[in-house]
Design a protein. Structure first.
Length: 155
């Protein structure tokens, strides 16, 4: 029995996520990082793009790890020169996390060709098709977020 087109798309999406996860793992190993460190950098870069202040508490919530685990991630990334703790100029009691240029350069060197290739591929689609892709990926992200972690395995 042939798979439905919906299941074919699901399996393609799964294959893409597996391949991307492999690239992230290779990046982590090559740069002496834990996979959670890479996830943390992605969260911090997303926060920067969105204009969101990233604190340790915010990062811990994004990663789904406790405060001790969050501190360990931040300490590792800071030791490697990938992030810095900076005082919030509006509230000097608050410490924000900032991704250093060195980490951005490492990311560009490793993921730049993938990003450029993906952008080039998307330029072959008209705006309506890109909007459909955007809606689909946003919907999948929302389904994943709603599904949580039913077996309580953590991040």
């Amino acid at each position: 029995m042939a798979e439905s087109s919906e299941l074919q798309i699901f399996h393609l999406l799964r294959a893409v996520t597996v391949e991307y996860g492999l690239r992230q793992g290779e990046f982590a190993a090559r740069n002496r990082m834990h996979p959670t460190d890479v996830r943390a950098l992605i969260c911090l870069l997303d926060a920067e793009r969105a204009g969101t202040d990233a604190t340790a508490g915010w990062l811990g919530a994004q990663l789904g790890v406790n405060s001790a685990g969050t501190t360990a991630v931040i300490d590792r990334l800071e030791r490697l020169g990938h992030i810095a703790r900076v005082r919030d100029e509006r509230d000097r009691r608050r410490v924000l996390l900032r991704v250093e240029e060195r980490a951005k350069e490492l990311g560009r060197a490793s993921f730049g060709p993938l990003i450029d290739g993906t952008v080039a591929l998307l330029r072959e689609y008209d705006e309506g098709e890109r909007e459909a892709v955007r809606r689909f990926l946003t919907g999948v992200r929302d389904v994943l977020a709603a599904s949580g972690d039913p077996e309580g395995r953590g991040a």
